[in-house]
Design a protein around this ligand. Structure first.
Ligand SMILES: NC(=O)c1ccc[n+]([C@@H]2O[C@H](COP(=O)([O-])OP(=O)(O)OC[C@H]3O[C@@H](n4cnc5c(N)ncnc54)[C@H](OP(=O)(O)O)[C@@H]3O)[C@@H](O)[C@H]2O)c1
Length: 232
């Protein structure tokens, strides 16, 4: 088995990469930093028997994404799992942000997932097997005035998630939307907030790892998770 994970060097993506590697699933890790990727590769090599392939790519750059697409074609045969994790929070209400800021965040949060799904979906359909995990957010369904672009882009990604789930289900491909509240990752760096009460990225990774062990005829469409403390 082999899993492609976008944004794999930190936070949720990193936890998923390390956890799936422990299940002997080879990892294709994507991030913008070669240094971070090499560090992740070392960790995976020292904690599991899985191979960690690394691909440095600035996912905000269309040309880099085209090159990445070519590079990823060599994994078609072993590819079993796609984790669309890459995404970025953005602050600002509708009145405060420009339309280019909206499109920029939309590009980051939806386009990569869309393009990666375009790569994986035909492969999974042909194999009649495979898993796509889309890391969404509670803001894929709720709204937050102070994060308009993020709310809009995660709602759009929710649409992508639902489309993929509907389309691929009859091909025995599982598409699961993950809807976390606040997760203890570097996204919160610099903010004065008790991160110990947040969801830990390892919890999301564990849920994904366990979901792969469920019966094949089961369709797990979504995972909702929130901190126990409602104020977080
Ligand atoms: N944290 C939360 O509270 C929370 C809650 C709900 C949903 N989410 C969602 O969960 C997902 C992951 O969030 P996170 O908090 O785990 O993020 P994070 O800790 O900030 O990690 C982001 C990842 O993306 C990579 N990255 C950043 N810019 C990149 C670029 N231009 N090209 C390629 N890779 C890039 C980073 O690696 P490099 O720096 O090595 O490039 C890193 O691996 C996102 O979709 C987010 O919306 C997060």
């Amino acid at each position: 088995m082999l899993a492609i994970i976008t944004g794999a060097t930190k936070g949720i993506g990193r936890a998923i990469a390390i956890r799936l590697a422990k299940e002997n699933i080879d990892i294709v890790a994507i991030s913008s930093s070669k240094q971070n990727l090499r560090e992740l590769q070392k960790v995976i090599q020292s904690t599991s028997k899985a191979i960690c392939h690394i691909h440095q790519c600035d996912l905000t750059k269309p040309k880099a994404r085209i090159n990445l697409r070519k590079e990823l074609s060599k994994y078609s045969e072993e590819l079993t799992i796609l984790v669309n994790n890459f995404g970025r929070y953005a602050v600002g209400s509708i009145e405060e942000i420009t339309s280019s800021e909206l499109l920029n965040n939309f590009d980051l949060n939806v386009r990569t997932a869309f393009e990666m799904s375009q790569i994986a979906a035909p492969i999974f359909k042909a194999k009649r097997a495979g898993y796509i995990f889309n890391i969404l957010s509670v803001l894929a369904e709720k709204t937050r005035e102070s994060a308009a672009a993020y709310t809009i882009s995660k709602h759009a990604m929710n649409g992508l998630n639902k489309l993929l789930a509907d389309e691929l289900r009859e091909f025995e491909v599982s598409v699961c939307g993950i809807y976390p509240g606040s997760v203890n990752t570097s996204s919160w760096d610099g903010l004065d907030i008790d991160r110990s009460k947040m969801i830990q990225p390892e919890d999301i990774a564990e849920l994904i790892a366990q979901s792969l062990k469920l019966s094949k005829q089961l369709f797990l469409g979504r995972i909702d998770l929130n901190p126990l403390d409602k104020k977080i």
